[in-house]
Design a protein around this ligand. Structure first.
Ligand SMILES: [Zn+2]
Length: 418
Protein backbone atom coordinates (compact mmCIF):
# COMPACT_ATOMS: atom_id res chain seq x y z
CA UNK A 1 0.00 0.00 0.00
CA UNK A 2 1.42 3.38 -1.03
CA UNK A 3 2.13 6.12 1.52
CA UNK A 4 -0.63 8.69 1.92
CA UNK A 5 -0.62 11.70 -0.39
CA UNK A 6 -1.84 15.07 0.80
CA UNK A 7 -3.14 17.54 -1.79
CA UNK A 8 -3.40 21.20 -0.86
CA UNK A 9 -5.29 23.86 -2.80
CA UNK A 10 -6.48 27.43 -2.37
CA UNK A 11 -10.05 26.05 -2.30
CA UNK A 12 -11.23 22.49 -1.79
CA UNK A 13 -14.78 22.02 -3.04
CA UNK A 14 -15.98 18.69 -1.64
CA UNK A 15 -19.55 19.29 -3.00
CA UNK A 16 -20.85 17.21 -0.08
CA UNK A 17 -20.00 20.14 2.20
CA UNK A 18 -19.16 23.84 1.94
CA UNK A 19 -16.04 25.02 0.10
CA UNK A 20 -12.92 24.99 2.27
CA UNK A 21 -10.41 27.84 2.01
CA UNK A 22 -6.78 26.65 2.04
CA UNK A 23 -8.07 23.10 2.06
CA UNK A 24 -6.48 19.70 1.81
CA UNK A 25 -7.42 16.17 0.83
CA UNK A 26 -5.58 13.09 2.02
CA UNK A 27 -5.50 10.26 -0.51
CA UNK A 28 -4.61 6.76 0.58
CA UNK A 29 -4.93 3.51 -1.29
CA UNK A 30 -7.03 5.07 -4.05
CA UNK A 31 -9.55 6.62 -1.71
CA UNK A 32 -10.04 9.84 0.24
CA UNK A 33 -9.06 9.29 3.87
CA UNK A 34 -9.49 12.88 5.09
CA UNK A 35 -10.71 16.27 3.85
CA UNK A 36 -10.52 19.59 5.69
CA UNK A 37 -8.40 22.66 6.29
CA UNK A 38 -4.71 22.34 5.47
CA UNK A 39 -3.78 23.60 8.93
CA UNK A 40 -5.83 20.82 10.54
CA UNK A 41 -4.63 17.98 8.32
CA UNK A 42 -0.97 18.78 7.68
CA UNK A 43 0.28 17.68 11.10
CA UNK A 44 -1.72 14.48 11.38
CA UNK A 45 -0.32 12.87 8.25
CA UNK A 46 3.31 13.39 9.20
CA UNK A 47 5.55 12.15 6.42
CA UNK A 48 2.87 12.02 3.72
CA UNK A 49 3.92 13.21 0.30
CA UNK A 50 2.52 16.67 -0.25
CA UNK A 51 1.43 18.21 -3.54
CA UNK A 52 0.54 21.89 -3.27
CA UNK A 53 -1.73 22.76 -6.19
CA UNK A 54 -1.57 26.44 -5.27
CA UNK A 55 -4.10 28.79 -6.87
CA UNK A 56 -6.63 26.13 -7.76
CA UNK A 57 -9.98 24.63 -6.91
CA UNK A 58 -9.68 20.95 -6.04
CA UNK A 59 -13.00 19.18 -6.54
CA UNK A 60 -14.46 15.78 -7.37
CA UNK A 61 -14.21 14.61 -10.96
CA UNK A 62 -17.36 15.33 -12.97
CA UNK A 63 -19.98 12.66 -13.59
CA UNK A 64 -21.28 12.61 -17.16
CA UNK A 65 -24.61 10.80 -16.90
CA UNK A 66 -25.23 10.35 -20.64
CA UNK A 67 -22.79 10.01 -23.50
CA UNK A 68 -22.24 8.22 -26.81
CA UNK A 69 -18.45 8.10 -27.06
CA UNK A 70 -18.55 6.13 -30.29
CA UNK A 71 -20.22 9.04 -32.17
CA UNK A 72 -17.58 11.63 -31.15
CA UNK A 73 -16.04 11.91 -34.61
CA UNK A 74 -19.49 12.57 -36.11
CA UNK A 75 -19.25 16.13 -34.75
CA UNK A 76 -20.46 18.50 -37.45
CA UNK A 77 -21.68 15.70 -39.74
CA UNK A 78 -25.35 16.66 -39.46
CA UNK A 79 -26.73 20.20 -39.55
CA UNK A 80 -29.42 21.05 -36.97
CA UNK A 81 -32.68 19.74 -38.35
CA UNK A 82 -35.90 18.14 -37.13
CA UNK A 83 -35.42 15.21 -34.75
CA UNK A 84 -36.79 12.53 -37.14
CA UNK A 85 -34.51 13.79 -39.94
CA UNK A 86 -31.55 13.77 -37.56
CA UNK A 87 -32.28 10.14 -36.61
CA UNK A 88 -32.43 9.21 -40.29
CA UNK A 89 -29.11 11.03 -40.87
CA UNK A 90 -27.51 9.20 -37.96
CA UNK A 91 -28.66 5.82 -39.23
CA UNK A 92 -27.05 6.61 -42.60
CA UNK A 93 -23.80 7.79 -40.97
CA UNK A 94 -23.59 4.72 -38.77
CA UNK A 95 -24.21 2.35 -41.67
CA UNK A 96 -21.17 3.78 -43.45
CA UNK A 97 -18.75 3.40 -40.55
CA UNK A 98 -16.32 0.56 -39.83
CA UNK A 99 -15.45 -0.89 -36.42
CA UNK A 100 -12.14 0.97 -36.65
CA UNK A 101 -13.91 4.31 -37.07
CA UNK A 102 -16.24 3.65 -34.13
CA UNK A 103 -13.29 2.57 -31.97
CA UNK A 104 -11.18 5.63 -32.82
CA UNK A 105 -14.19 7.86 -32.21
CA UNK A 106 -14.87 6.24 -28.79
CA UNK A 107 -11.24 6.74 -27.82
CA UNK A 108 -11.18 10.37 -28.99
CA UNK A 109 -14.30 11.03 -26.92
CA UNK A 110 -12.80 9.42 -23.82
CA UNK A 111 -9.68 11.58 -24.21
CA UNK A 112 -11.82 14.72 -24.47
CA UNK A 113 -13.73 13.83 -21.32
CA UNK A 114 -10.54 13.10 -19.43
CA UNK A 115 -9.03 16.49 -20.33
CA UNK A 116 -12.22 18.34 -19.45
CA UNK A 117 -12.64 16.89 -15.98
CA UNK A 118 -15.03 13.96 -16.33
CA UNK A 119 -13.89 10.94 -14.32
CA UNK A 120 -17.09 8.84 -14.49
CA UNK A 121 -19.22 8.46 -17.61
CA UNK A 122 -22.44 6.61 -18.36
CA UNK A 123 -21.85 5.57 -21.94
CA UNK A 124 -24.32 4.10 -24.39
CA UNK A 125 -22.59 1.31 -26.28
CA UNK A 126 -24.00 1.00 -29.78
CA UNK A 127 -21.04 -1.17 -30.85
CA UNK A 128 -20.48 -3.50 -27.89
CA UNK A 129 -18.21 -5.69 -30.04
CA UNK A 130 -15.51 -3.10 -29.24
CA UNK A 131 -15.62 -3.99 -25.55
CA UNK A 132 -13.73 -4.86 -23.42
CA UNK A 133 -10.67 -3.64 -25.39
CA UNK A 134 -11.75 0.00 -25.35
CA UNK A 135 -12.03 0.07 -21.57
CA UNK A 136 -8.31 -0.66 -21.37
CA UNK A 137 -7.52 2.49 -23.36
CA UNK A 138 -8.90 4.94 -20.80
CA UNK A 139 -8.53 5.53 -17.07
CA UNK A 140 -12.14 6.79 -16.90
CA UNK A 141 -14.76 4.95 -14.88
CA UNK A 142 -16.97 3.84 -17.75
CA UNK A 143 -20.47 2.60 -16.92
CA UNK A 144 -21.40 0.90 -20.18
CA UNK A 145 -25.07 0.55 -21.10
CA UNK A 146 -25.78 -1.80 -23.98
CA UNK A 147 -27.94 -0.05 -26.55
CA UNK A 148 -30.84 -2.22 -27.69
CA UNK A 149 -33.46 -1.68 -30.34
CA UNK A 150 -36.31 -3.96 -31.31
CA UNK A 151 -39.25 -3.16 -33.52
CA UNK A 152 -40.39 -6.73 -34.13
CA UNK A 153 -42.04 -9.61 -32.27
CA UNK A 154 -41.92 -10.81 -28.65
CA UNK A 155 -39.90 -13.86 -29.68
CA UNK A 156 -37.23 -11.67 -31.18
CA UNK A 157 -37.34 -9.49 -28.05
CA UNK A 158 -36.56 -12.39 -25.75
CA UNK A 159 -33.77 -13.62 -28.04
CA UNK A 160 -32.19 -10.16 -28.17
CA UNK A 161 -32.36 -9.80 -24.41
CA UNK A 162 -30.82 -13.24 -23.79
CA UNK A 163 -28.00 -12.26 -26.10
CA UNK A 164 -27.55 -8.95 -24.22
CA UNK A 165 -27.56 -10.76 -20.88
CA UNK A 166 -24.88 -13.18 -22.05
CA UNK A 167 -22.75 -10.28 -23.19
CA UNK A 168 -23.15 -8.50 -19.85
CA UNK A 169 -22.30 -11.65 -17.88
CA UNK A 170 -19.14 -12.04 -19.97
CA UNK A 171 -17.95 -8.44 -19.61
CA UNK A 172 -16.45 -7.18 -16.38
CA UNK A 173 -15.42 -3.53 -16.45
CA UNK A 174 -12.48 -2.80 -14.20
CA UNK A 175 -13.73 0.55 -12.91
CA UNK A 176 -17.41 0.75 -13.90
CA UNK A 177 -20.35 -1.56 -14.47
CA UNK A 178 -22.72 -2.73 -17.17
CA UNK A 179 -26.37 -1.79 -17.66
CA UNK A 180 -29.11 -1.91 -20.27
CA UNK A 181 -30.21 0.86 -22.59
CA UNK A 182 -33.39 0.07 -24.49
CA UNK A 183 -32.85 2.92 -26.96
CA UNK A 184 -36.26 4.65 -26.97
CA UNK A 185 -39.98 3.99 -27.15
CA UNK A 186 -40.08 4.54 -30.90
CA UNK A 187 -37.22 2.10 -31.59
CA UNK A 188 -38.55 -0.71 -29.35
CA UNK A 189 -41.88 -2.34 -28.52
CA UNK A 190 -43.85 -2.44 -25.25
CA UNK A 191 -43.18 -6.19 -25.01
CA UNK A 192 -39.47 -5.62 -25.38
CA UNK A 193 -39.47 -2.91 -22.71
CA UNK A 194 -41.43 -5.11 -20.30
CA UNK A 195 -38.98 -7.97 -20.76
CA UNK A 196 -35.99 -5.61 -20.43
CA UNK A 197 -37.46 -4.27 -17.20
CA UNK A 198 -38.01 -7.79 -15.80
CA UNK A 199 -34.47 -8.86 -16.69
CA UNK A 200 -32.92 -5.72 -15.18
CA UNK A 201 -34.84 -6.05 -11.94
CA UNK A 202 -33.83 -9.70 -11.67
CA UNK A 203 -30.16 -8.90 -12.24
CA UNK A 204 -30.22 -5.54 -10.41
CA UNK A 205 -28.97 -3.70 -13.52
CA UNK A 206 -29.48 -0.01 -14.12
CA UNK A 207 -31.57 0.93 -17.15
CA UNK A 208 -31.40 4.13 -19.17
CA UNK A 209 -33.65 5.12 -22.06
CA UNK A 210 -34.13 8.21 -24.24
CA UNK A 211 -37.63 9.44 -23.48
CA UNK A 212 -39.80 12.33 -24.61
CA UNK A 213 -36.86 14.00 -26.25
CA UNK A 214 -38.70 15.70 -29.09
CA UNK A 215 -42.17 17.06 -29.76
CA UNK A 216 -42.38 14.58 -32.66
CA UNK A 217 -41.84 11.63 -30.28
CA UNK A 218 -44.36 13.06 -27.83
CA UNK A 219 -46.93 13.50 -30.60
CA UNK A 220 -46.32 10.03 -31.98
CA UNK A 221 -46.74 8.25 -28.64
CA UNK A 222 -49.58 10.33 -27.20
CA UNK A 223 -51.55 11.23 -30.32
CA UNK A 224 -50.54 8.61 -32.91
CA UNK A 225 -49.68 11.38 -35.35
CA UNK A 226 -47.01 13.72 -36.63
CA UNK A 227 -43.82 13.33 -38.66
CA UNK A 228 -42.32 10.54 -36.56
CA UNK A 229 -45.51 8.50 -36.62
CA UNK A 230 -45.74 8.87 -40.40
CA UNK A 231 -42.12 7.81 -40.86
CA UNK A 232 -42.22 4.78 -38.55
CA UNK A 233 -45.67 3.40 -39.30
CA UNK A 234 -44.27 1.44 -42.24
CA UNK A 235 -41.63 -0.20 -40.05
CA UNK A 236 -43.26 -0.80 -36.70
CA UNK A 237 -46.58 -1.82 -35.14
CA UNK A 238 -47.99 1.50 -33.90
CA UNK A 239 -50.81 0.10 -31.77
CA UNK A 240 -49.01 1.30 -28.62
CA UNK A 241 -49.47 4.89 -29.77
CA UNK A 242 -52.41 7.17 -29.15
CA UNK A 243 -53.36 6.75 -25.52
CA UNK A 244 -50.63 7.92 -23.14
CA UNK A 245 -47.52 10.07 -22.91
CA UNK A 246 -44.05 8.57 -23.42
CA UNK A 247 -43.32 8.64 -19.66
CA UNK A 248 -46.67 7.02 -18.87
CA UNK A 249 -45.94 4.37 -21.47
CA UNK A 250 -42.58 3.59 -19.87
CA UNK A 251 -44.27 3.43 -16.48
CA UNK A 252 -46.85 1.02 -17.86
CA UNK A 253 -44.00 -1.19 -19.11
CA UNK A 254 -42.64 -1.29 -15.56
CA UNK A 255 -39.42 0.58 -16.22
CA UNK A 256 -39.70 3.51 -13.83
CA UNK A 257 -37.90 2.92 -10.53
CA UNK A 258 -34.91 4.23 -8.60
CA UNK A 259 -32.55 2.34 -10.92
CA UNK A 260 -33.94 4.00 -14.05
CA UNK A 261 -32.36 7.01 -15.77
CA UNK A 262 -34.63 8.91 -18.15
CA UNK A 263 -32.58 10.68 -20.81
CA UNK A 264 -33.82 14.12 -22.00
CA UNK A 265 -37.44 14.16 -20.71
CA UNK A 266 -37.99 17.50 -22.45
CA UNK A 267 -41.72 17.16 -23.10
CA UNK A 268 -43.62 16.28 -19.93
CA UNK A 269 -47.10 16.60 -18.54
CA UNK A 270 -47.77 17.16 -14.83
CA UNK A 271 -48.55 13.48 -14.25
CA UNK A 272 -45.27 12.51 -15.96
CA UNK A 273 -43.31 14.60 -13.49
CA UNK A 274 -45.25 13.03 -10.63
CA UNK A 275 -44.55 9.51 -11.95
CA UNK A 276 -40.83 10.23 -12.29
CA UNK A 277 -40.70 11.68 -8.77
CA UNK A 278 -42.74 8.90 -7.12
CA UNK A 279 -40.71 6.16 -8.78
CA UNK A 280 -37.36 7.68 -7.74
CA UNK A 281 -36.18 7.75 -11.37
CA UNK A 282 -33.42 10.17 -12.34
CA UNK A 283 -33.48 12.52 -15.33
CA UNK A 284 -30.41 13.44 -17.42
CA UNK A 285 -30.52 16.79 -19.17
CA UNK A 286 -28.06 17.41 -22.01
CA UNK A 287 -28.06 21.22 -22.42
CA UNK A 288 -26.07 21.56 -25.65
CA UNK A 289 -27.98 18.79 -27.42
CA UNK A 290 -31.20 20.44 -26.22
CA UNK A 291 -30.07 23.78 -27.74
CA UNK A 292 -29.00 22.11 -30.98
CA UNK A 293 -32.54 20.88 -31.66
CA UNK A 294 -34.16 24.08 -30.36
CA UNK A 295 -36.55 22.20 -28.09
CA UNK A 296 -39.05 23.87 -25.76
CA UNK A 297 -37.46 24.93 -22.44
CA UNK A 298 -36.39 21.98 -20.29
CA UNK A 299 -38.82 21.71 -17.32
CA UNK A 300 -36.05 21.95 -14.71
CA UNK A 301 -38.01 23.96 -12.15
CA UNK A 302 -40.97 21.57 -12.22
CA UNK A 303 -38.80 18.46 -11.98
CA UNK A 304 -36.64 19.74 -9.14
CA UNK A 305 -39.65 21.06 -7.24
CA UNK A 306 -41.20 17.59 -7.45
CA UNK A 307 -37.97 16.11 -6.01
CA UNK A 308 -36.66 14.42 -9.17
CA UNK A 309 -32.90 13.87 -9.23
CA UNK A 310 -31.78 15.88 -12.28
CA UNK A 311 -28.23 15.44 -13.53
CA UNK A 312 -26.27 16.50 -16.60
CA UNK A 313 -24.81 14.69 -19.60
CA UNK A 314 -23.03 15.59 -22.80
CA UNK A 315 -24.99 13.35 -25.20
CA UNK A 316 -22.95 12.82 -28.38
CA UNK A 317 -21.14 15.43 -30.44
CA UNK A 318 -23.37 14.51 -33.40
CA UNK A 319 -25.97 16.81 -31.82
CA UNK A 320 -23.83 19.69 -30.57
CA UNK A 321 -23.40 22.93 -32.50
CA UNK A 322 -20.05 24.23 -33.66
CA UNK A 323 -18.58 26.99 -31.52
CA UNK A 324 -17.27 29.98 -33.55
CA UNK A 325 -16.98 27.63 -36.53
CA UNK A 326 -14.87 25.09 -34.63
CA UNK A 327 -15.85 21.51 -33.98
CA UNK A 328 -17.17 21.10 -30.44
CA UNK A 329 -15.54 18.88 -27.82
CA UNK A 330 -17.14 16.74 -25.14
CA UNK A 331 -17.05 18.79 -21.94
CA UNK A 332 -19.23 18.83 -18.85
CA UNK A 333 -17.99 22.38 -18.20
CA UNK A 334 -19.51 23.41 -21.52
CA UNK A 335 -22.78 21.72 -20.52
CA UNK A 336 -22.81 23.54 -17.17
CA UNK A 337 -22.13 26.84 -18.94
CA UNK A 338 -25.00 26.43 -21.40
CA UNK A 339 -27.37 25.30 -18.63
CA UNK A 340 -26.42 28.37 -16.55
CA UNK A 341 -27.05 30.70 -19.49
CA UNK A 342 -30.46 29.14 -20.15
CA UNK A 343 -31.45 28.91 -16.46
CA UNK A 344 -30.19 32.11 -14.79
CA UNK A 345 -32.33 31.57 -11.68
CA UNK A 346 -30.57 28.28 -10.83
CA UNK A 347 -27.57 28.77 -8.50
CA UNK A 348 -24.12 27.75 -9.64
CA UNK A 349 -23.90 25.52 -6.55
CA UNK A 350 -26.94 23.59 -7.78
CA UNK A 351 -25.47 23.32 -11.27
CA UNK A 352 -22.19 21.89 -9.96
CA UNK A 353 -24.16 19.35 -7.91
CA UNK A 354 -26.04 18.32 -11.07
CA UNK A 355 -22.67 17.60 -12.72
CA UNK A 356 -21.28 15.66 -9.77
CA UNK A 357 -23.35 14.29 -6.89
CA UNK A 358 -26.64 14.02 -8.76
CA UNK A 359 -25.00 12.01 -11.53
CA UNK A 360 -23.44 9.74 -8.92
CA UNK A 361 -26.85 9.18 -7.35
CA UNK A 362 -28.39 8.33 -10.73
CA UNK A 363 -25.66 5.74 -11.28
CA UNK A 364 -26.02 4.20 -7.83
CA UNK A 365 -22.57 5.54 -6.89
CA UNK A 366 -23.51 7.98 -4.10
CA UNK A 367 -20.66 8.41 -1.64
CA UNK A 368 -18.22 6.81 -4.09
CA UNK A 369 -17.88 9.44 -6.82
CA UNK A 370 -19.13 13.00 -7.38
CA UNK A 371 -17.99 14.21 -3.96
CA UNK A 372 -14.89 14.37 -1.80
CA UNK A 373 -15.73 12.56 1.41
CA UNK A 374 -14.04 9.97 3.57
CA UNK A 375 -14.16 6.66 1.74
CA UNK A 376 -15.01 8.11 -1.67
CA UNK A 377 -12.78 7.21 -4.61
CA UNK A 378 -9.91 9.67 -5.05
CA UNK A 379 -11.35 10.88 -8.36
CA UNK A 380 -10.25 14.51 -8.22
CA UNK A 381 -9.73 17.40 -10.61
CA UNK A 382 -8.10 20.81 -10.27
CA UNK A 383 -8.95 24.02 -12.10
CA UNK A 384 -6.98 27.26 -11.88
CA UNK A 385 -8.56 29.75 -9.45
CA UNK A 386 -7.27 32.83 -7.76
CA UNK A 387 -10.47 34.35 -6.37
CA UNK A 388 -12.25 34.34 -3.03
CA UNK A 389 -13.77 31.12 -1.72
CA UNK A 390 -17.26 32.63 -2.06
CA UNK A 391 -16.82 32.63 -5.85
CA UNK A 392 -15.72 29.01 -6.18
CA UNK A 393 -19.06 27.63 -7.43
CA UNK A 394 -19.30 30.42 -10.03
CA UNK A 395 -15.75 29.74 -11.16
CA UNK A 396 -16.45 26.05 -11.78
CA UNK A 397 -19.47 26.82 -13.95
CA UNK A 398 -17.52 29.52 -15.84
CA UNK A 399 -14.60 27.17 -16.60
CA UNK A 400 -13.92 26.64 -20.28
CA UNK A 401 -10.33 25.43 -20.30
CA UNK A 402 -9.07 21.90 -19.69
CA UNK A 403 -8.39 20.91 -16.10
CA UNK A 404 -4.90 21.55 -14.72
CA UNK A 405 -4.75 18.16 -12.99
CA UNK A 406 -6.87 15.02 -12.70
CA UNK A 407 -6.66 11.85 -10.65
CA UNK A 408 -8.74 8.69 -10.84
CA UNK A 409 -8.61 6.12 -8.07
CA UNK A 410 -5.60 7.89 -6.55
CA UNK A 411 -3.55 7.79 -9.79
CA UNK A 412 -2.70 10.96 -11.68
CA UNK A 413 -4.12 10.84 -15.18
CA UNK A 414 -3.19 14.49 -15.77
CA UNK A 415 -0.27 15.30 -13.50
CA UNK A 416 -0.17 18.80 -12.01
CA UNK A 417 2.59 21.12 -13.12
CA UNK A 418 3.99 22.41 -9.86
ZN1 LIG B 1 -28.38 9.94 -26.26
Amino acid sequence: MDAPLILRARVVLPVSESPIEDGAVVVWDGQVSAVGRWSDLAEGVGSANTVDLGAAILMPGLVNAHCHLDYTDMAGFLPPTSFPDWVKGMLACKAGWSYTEFAQSWLNGANMLERSGTTTVANIEAVPELLPELWTTTPLRVCSFLELTCVKSRRQASALLSEAAERIFALKPERGFMGLSPHALYSTTPEFLELAGELSRRENWLVTTHVSESSEEFEMVLKAGGAMFEWLKKQRNMSDCGSRTPVQQLNRCGLLNDRFIAVHANYLQTEDIRALAESGSSVVHCPRSHSYFGYDPFPYAELSKAGVNVCLGTDSLASVNRVHGNKPVLSMFAEMGVFAARNPSVSTETIVRMATRNGARALGLSGQVGEISIGSFADLIAIPFNGPVSKAWDAVVATWRDVSAAMIGGQWVIAPII
